[in-house]
Every structure is written in C-alpha cells, then in structure tokens.
Design a protein. Structure first.
Length: 170
C-alpha cells in the first residue's frame, strides 16, 4: 500500500530581529553562561541524584530533570533569536532629527507629564527603565517622527496624545 504524502505547512520566513549591541551582548552572554556553566552544573547534579536509587520518588532527580528541560528550552530560544538578529548601533544613526531604532525619546503628554523612552528590540524591553520595543504601540507611533510632532497612542486606559520634546542617540 502506497503512503500518501503529508501536506506540510509552509515555513514562515523568520522576521528580522533588530537589537542594539548592548542587547546582543546580554543575550550572547546568557547563552554562553547557560551552555558552559549552568547546564554542565545541572547535568552533574542530575547524575548525582540519579545515582541515589529509585528515580520515581526522588525529588532531587525530578527537580533537576525539570531544570535541565528549562535550560535546554532557553538555549533553543536564544539560539533561534540570535540566528536572525540584525545589530543596529544607535550611535551610527546619521539622521538624528527623526525617531529611529535605538533613539531615546523624551515625550510630554497633554497634562505636561514627561516620559522618556528608548526604542529597542523585542528582547531588550524593560518597562521600568523606559526601554520599549519598536513594535509596541508607543514605539510604532514614535518611529519616523521629529521633535515637536504629536502622536496619538493607544494606552492601557484609552488614547493619549504625546508630543516629542527631544530625540537623542546614545
């Protein structure tokens, strides 16, 4: 009996992952740490736990297996993310009059409250420090704008108007 070919999903092309040099170093350092230090340490502890006997009731063995799976998952994720990365250095930006990737943007809302955002890659976001993704609603609204421009941004509590007060590339 002949087997019918299985229809395969078309492979979606990987989207370019923009990242700053600092963000790239951070992810590469994490990958190196997990590969060279953390994983071998967990594998050793797993071997020790396996040598203790019955694995089905060995809490240390079960914990180390779970920890190893999490490390391997993170290693796969980081490897894939770093494969499709394009490093963009904000310091090399020629047009500093507009908001592009890597810009630090000072904005003011309609009540006069000031915020500062740095437009970074998806893997570098840190809301507490004002690092927002270029794909976020605020990031997308600011891209391409100049000092003095106003943008309407969808916020968690509705729409908000932001006016660009300053653009800096550091």
């Amino acid at each position: 009996m002949a087997r019918r070919p299985v229809a395969q999903k078309p492979v979606k092309p990987a989207e370019t992952n923009y990242i700053t040099p600092v963000g790239f170093r951070r992810l590469a350092d994490e990958l190196t740490f997990l590969r060279t230090k953390k994983r071998p340490e967990v594998v050793g502890a797993l071997g020790d736990a396996a040598a203790e006997g019955d694995r089905s009731e060995n809490a240390e063995y079960i914990y180390r297996k779970k920890q190893l799976r999490e490390i391997d998952r993170r290693l796969r994720f980081l490897s894939k993310r770093l494969d499709n990365v394009e490093i963009v250095d904000p310091k090399s930006q020629k047009r500093t009059d507009r908001v592009f990737f890597g810009a630090t943007v000072k904005v003011e809302d309609s009540e006069g409250e000031e915020f500062q955002y740095r437009i970074v890659g998806e893997d570098e976001t840190d809301g507490a420090n004002g690092d927002i993704s270029w794909k976020s609603p605020v990031g997308r609204a600011l891209l391409g704008k100049t000092e003095g421009d106003s943008v309407m941004v969808r916020w968690h509590a509705g729409n908000r108007e932001l006016t660009i007060a300053a653009i800096v590339y550091v």
